[in-house]
Design a binder for this molecule. Structure first.
Ligand SMILES: Nc1nc2c(ncn2[C@@H]2O[C@H](COP(=O)(O)OP(=O)(O)O)[C@@H](O)[C@H]2O)c(=O)[nH]1
Ligand SMILES: [Mg+2]
Length: 294
């Protein structure tokens, strides 16, 4: 059987997490239209009759402007060491820049096999895709155009990846789909809804702290109590909204998705707190679980 570890890299917002979720067949990473949605390295595992592939979703590549971002960059860089294959994801509908090409070249020249996924083909004209394929033609890399959102050509991509992986035994148990706990995903779902609802700096300055994540005795209900940590008093005011309207709305969305994810009822309580400039505090970041192996 084929077995291996695949690092998923590319620019922020390229569509890496969406693609990993589709490849694995379950939601292992949260997705939003904003860059820097993924803060940690998250592993999603696909096990079939003839292969086991562990995809490592990464925060992606961009310029770091605070300590949290630098830690995320290091996470991305570390992830490509000791893997069997690099899956480079490019947002094809955005167009391909020289920077993209240079970055890709770096991976292509390395000793690790690299596959390029050109994604978001559902929202671009075919003529642009053809032009891009032509432009990338001289590079020594297998290119697979896909749409993660529509599930187009994902099977083909999987086939190309599989062909390039070594023969080996399973590294993980059959039924493992992620290296993250349910508690972690529930916190991430809260963060995803905040990313979807609020703009600009607010969601990027938010961390979620889980105070309680417990299955009640009835076996059907989780009690979830969490803090939404933000950076400034005016952020707190916006997060809560007039008469608590905003936080109520976002909590309802989060609860519904948590219930779907856990397959149980969720009793969710949230509290908004301020920790000024936590993204530049090594000790607070550690407390919130960033930059450390889990
Ligand atoms: N139309 C379209 N949008 C996509 C596709 N893949 C991802 N997106 C969107 O692109 C945005 C960024 O996706 P995400 O997976 O979070 O990107 P990441 O930062 O690389 O992990 C989200 O709004 C996604 O819904 C796709 O195949 N087609
Ligand atoms: Mg992501």
């Amino acid at each position: 059987m084929k077995s291996g570890i695949v690092a998923v890299v590319g620019r922020a917002n390229a569509g890496k997490s969406t693609l990993v979720n589709v490849l694995v067949g379950e939601k292992v990473a949260i997705v939003s239209p904003k860059p820097q949605t993924t803060r940690d390295r998250i592993m999603g595992v696909l096990t079939t009759d003839d292969c086991q592939i562990a995809f490592i979703d990464t925060p992606g590549i961009y310029k770091a402007d605070n300590l949290l971002n630098s830690v995320m960059q290091k996470t991305t860089a570390d992830s490509v060491n000791d893997v069997d294959l690099v899956l480079f994801v490019m947002d094809a509908h955005e167009g391909i820049s020289d920077t993209d090409k240079k970055l890709l070249e770096k991976y292509v020249r390395s000793s690790t096999p690299t596959v390029l996924a050109l994604t978001k083909i559902d929202i671009m004209p075919e003529s642009l895709l053809i032009a891009e394929l032509k432009e990338l033609n001289q590079m020594d890399v297998e290119i697979v155009p896909v749409s993660a959102r529509k599930g187009r050509n994902v099977k083909e991509l999987l086939k190309v990846i599989k062909e390039r992986l070594p023969e080996g035994e399973k590294l993980f148990e059959q039924d493992i789909v992620s290296d993250r706990s349910e508690k972690f995903m529930v916190a991430e779902i809260m963060r995803e809804k905040i990313l979807l609802k609020f703009d600009k700096e607010i969601p990027h300055g938010v961390a979620i702290i889980m105070n309680e994540f417990a299955l009640l005795e009835d076996g059907r209900t989780y009690r979830v109590n969490l803090d939404i940590v933000c950076e400034k008093p005016n952020h707190k005011a916006i997060l809560i909204g007039k008469g608590g309207k905003a936080i109520k709305e976002v909590s309802t969305f989060a609860r519904e998705d948590m219930e779907k994810f856990l397959g149980k009822k969720v009793f969710l309580t949230t509290y908004v707190k301020i920790k000024e400039d936590w993204r530049n505090s090594a000790h607070l970041m550690k407390e919130y679980g960033y930059g450390e192996e889990v």
